[in-house]
Structures are given as structure tokens and as C-alpha cells.
Design a protein around this ligand. Structure first.
Ligand SMILES: Nc1ncnc2c1ncn2[C@@H]1O[C@H](COP(=O)(O)OP(=O)(O)OP(=O)(O)O)[C@@H](O)[C@H]1O
Ligand SMILES: [Mg+2]
Length: 369
């Protein structure tokens, strides 16, 4: 009797077996497409910390659009974003605003498409209009941009300006931007991007634990394995509802059970779950938290270590006191840690971790043997 293949996907950007707790976003987006131009969810901003499921959400929305026969263009922000978009959106061999975009310029030699920044918004618009014409009546175009926080202000201005015009013209288009939570304040602070204020903002928070439990149950039992309710509860609890951790725990408990399995075994036991959770915490610490901590200066580590004494948000004056420093001095570190998206300020005078499980990781470093 063979043990079924492991369905969990603890890998960045890879679709999980069950997309837990995100139905409403998919529904909003579907309705946005069905309701036609002007629907608010045709302009969406998805934010969440690392490992919260932004990339996977973009994939899901792309699938929803593709099912409606929309054309989907996925891009990730980095240098040259606007020009890359223009080259990918423009129908082959089209002539747009004096730029002849030939198929030979697509792909590897994109660098050859060189458009002055001032022309990019209108060129992007022309490219979208030309593509929509080529697609034919009723067919739409979805553009998704991942890691938006890394986009240059020039690129964002070009894209936002073009998007604004297309939406205003009631074109069959939709735009979804995904990025780290700080993106919202950064974007909204930039005057040119005020139109993005109207975007429908979806914050990817923790997934409810009962939904995690149900998804574990259906994935495991659906594959013909058995698991007790107690083991399921333990597994779900240990994820904290953090999507990346959900995949890690699922993957590791499954793997532990498979390696242990004897003839009678098509079971994930409570011990398998416990072992899997320990491996997952180590992996999360190693893979996500350690690189973050390694980049920090010694005093910045002191700052976050002082925060880790609290179970929730920390008072900034309390943190300074624990460091034995003045508020002004501690503030230098607070500011840098906020800029680096490692901590956030949920309220005036308070800071909290912006990276799930970083608190637990820091505590584990200082735990006495
Ligand atoms: N709703 C969900 N339910 C279960 N697992 C999920 C869910 N969303 C994402 N995952 C899983 O979590 C992990 C992280 O997902 P993803 O790479 O999309 O996150 P991200 O927010 O884009 O992270 P980063 O900021 O590092 O790019 C993947 O292993 C993915 O399969
Ligand atoms: Mg991602």
C-alpha cells in the first residue's frame, strides 16, 4: 500500500492544495469583472506580509479572469517595469506612439524598447487600447503587478496614469497590484497616485483557524489518510493562521507520517503532527527569520529582542527602557525597522512585529537550555 503524494506546497508563489480563507476576494473580483467597466473591484490593491499569500492570490485572480476569456499579463516590479509592460501588452508588430514593437523585441531583447519616461503613460495606454482592439469586443485585459513596493515612482506614475485613463474610458480592463503593507501609505502619500486611493484594498491577514482545520481535514482525509480530531486541532493551532506556516506544517506532518508508515499505516498521528510542527518552526526560523535578523545591526537586534518580551504590541517607551536608552536613541532604530518592514506601528506610541513568528524566533534564541 503506497502512501499518497504530499499535496502541501511550502514554496513561495506555488498554489496550495486549498486556498484557505480568501473566498471573498475571489468573489469580489469575479463580480467586478461581471459587473462591467466602473465596478470598484476592477482596481484592486492586495497587501500582506511576506508569506501571506499575495502572489498566490494574483494567480487565483488571473485564473478567474482567464475563465472569462480575459487576457492576463502578470508582471513583477523591478527596473524597466513600464517598458516591459508596454512590450508585453502591445499586440505583435504594432506601431505605437512612434515605437515599433516587433516580436523580435519581445522576450530576451526587451532592453531595446526604450521609451522616454514622459511618453510612457500614453504609450502604455496606446498599447492597451491596441491590444483590446486586437482581442475583439467583450474580451478584457487584466494586468497584475507583484512586489509593487519595489516599483520606481516613475513606473508607478506611468502605470497609474494609464490605468486611470483606461478605467475612465470604460475599457474592459482590470488592474491588481500586490505588495507589502507599507505600500499603501507609500502610494497614498505620493500625490500622483491619488487615484489609487479608490482601489479596493484587500489586506491578507491570518486565516481563521477553524478554516485551517477544515482544509487540513479535507486534504488529509480526502487523500485516504486518517487523522484524529485532536491531531487536527493541534496542527491548525500551531500555524497561527499564517499561510506559509500552514503549508510547512501540512508538508512536514505528512512527510513524517510517510517515513514512519508501516503496513497498517495510512495515518497521520498526533506524534507525526508534533514532529512536523517542530520541523516547521525550525524551517521558518531558518528560512524567514534568521536572514532578517542577520541583516540587522546589534542595537536593532536589541530593539526587537526587547519587543519580543511582549505577547502583543510593545510600548515604545517601554522598549527604550528595556534597552537602557533614551526614547530619542531608541527611535532611530524604531524608524529603521519600520522602513525595513520588520516592525510596524499599529498605534501611536506602539510597535509590533510585521513578520509573523519573528517574536517566537527571537524568544527561541534566548531561551535557556
Ligand atoms: N490562502 C492560503 N491558504 C493556504 N496556503 C496559502 C494561502 N495563500 C498562500 N499560501 C501558501 O503560503 C505560501 C506563501 O504564499 P505566497 O508566495 O503567495 O506569499 P506572498 O505573500 O507572495 O509572499 P512574499 O511576500 O514572500 O512574496 C505558499 O507556500 C502558498 O502555497
Ligand atoms: Mg510573493
Amino acid at each position: 500500500m503506497t502512501f499518497p503524494a504530499n499535496p502541501f506546497k511550502p514554496t513561495a508563489g506555488v498554489m496550495p492544495p486549498v486556498l484557505i480563507g480568501r473566498e471573498s476576494i475571489g468573489l469580489d473580483f469575479s463580480e467586478g469583472l461581471d459587473d462591467g467597466p466602473g465596478a470598484p473591484d476592477r482596481l484592486m490593491l492586495i497587501t500582506g506580509p511576506r508569506g501571506s499569500g499575495k502572489t498566490v492570490m494574483l494567480t487565483e485572480l488571473g485564473l478567474i479572469a482567464a475563465r472569462r476569456h480575459w487576457t492576463v499579463i502578470d508582471e513583477t516590479a523591478s527596473a524597466g517595469l513600464a517598458e516591459r509592460l508596454i512590450a508585453r501588452i502591445a499586440p505583435e508588430s504594432s506601431r505605437i506612439a512612434g515605437v515599433n514593437i516587433k516580436p523580435s523585441l519581445m522576450g530576451a531583447s526587451l532592453g531595446e524598447v526604450n521609451i522616454a519616461p514622459a511618453l510612457r503613460p500614453s504609450t502604455l495606454r496606446d498599447a492597451m487600447s491596441a491590444r483590446l482592439r486586437a482581442l475583439g469586443k467583450g474580451k478584457g485585459l487584466l494586468i497584475t503587478i507583484d512586489e509593487t513596493q519595489d516599483a520606481s515612482m516613475e513606473d508607478m506614475t506611468a502605470i497609474a496614469t494609464a490605468a486611470q485613463h483606461m478605467l475612465r474610458d470604460n475599457a474592459e480592463v482590470a488592474f491588481v497590484f500586490a505588495g507589502l503593507p507599507s505600500l499603501v501609505s507609500d502610494l497614498l502619500n505620493a500625490k500622483v497616485l491619488t487615484f489609487l486611493r479608490r482601489a479596493s484594498i484587500k489586506e491578507l491577514g491570518d486565516v481563521p483557524l477553524d478554516e485551517v482545520r477544515d482544509a487540513f481535514a479535507s486534504t488529509i482525509r480526502g487523500a485516504g489518510l486518517s487523522i484524529t480530531d485532536e491531531a487536527l486541532d493541534f496542527a491548525a493551532q500551531s500555524t497561527g493562521g499564517y499561510p506559509y506556516m500552514i503549508q510547512l506544517v501540512g508538508y512536514n506532518m505528512w512527510r513524517t507520517a510517510r517515513r514512519r508508515a508501516d503496513e497498517s499505516g495510512r495515518t497521520i498521528s498526533l506524534d507525526d503532527v508534533k514532529a512536523g510542527v517542530e520541523q516547521s518552526k525550525a524551517k521558518l526560523g531558518e528560512g524567514v527569520c534568521a536572514p532578517v535578523v542577520k541583516q540587522l545591526s546589534e542595537r536593532a537586534v536589541d530593539y526587537v529582542t526587547a519587543m519580543a518580551q511582549d505577547d502583543g504590541p510593545s510600548s515604545t517607551s517601554e522598549v527604550a527602557a528595556r534597552m537602557g536608552e533614551s526614547m530619542d536613541y531608541a527611535n532611530i532604530y524604531r524608524q529603521r525597522l519600520i522602513e525595513d518592514h520588520i516592525i510596524a506601528s499599529p498605534a501611536r506610541g506602539f510597535v509590533d512585529f510585521a513578520i509573523p513568528f519573528l517574536r517566537e524566533y527571537l524568544r527561541s534564541l534566548h531561551r535557556p537550555e
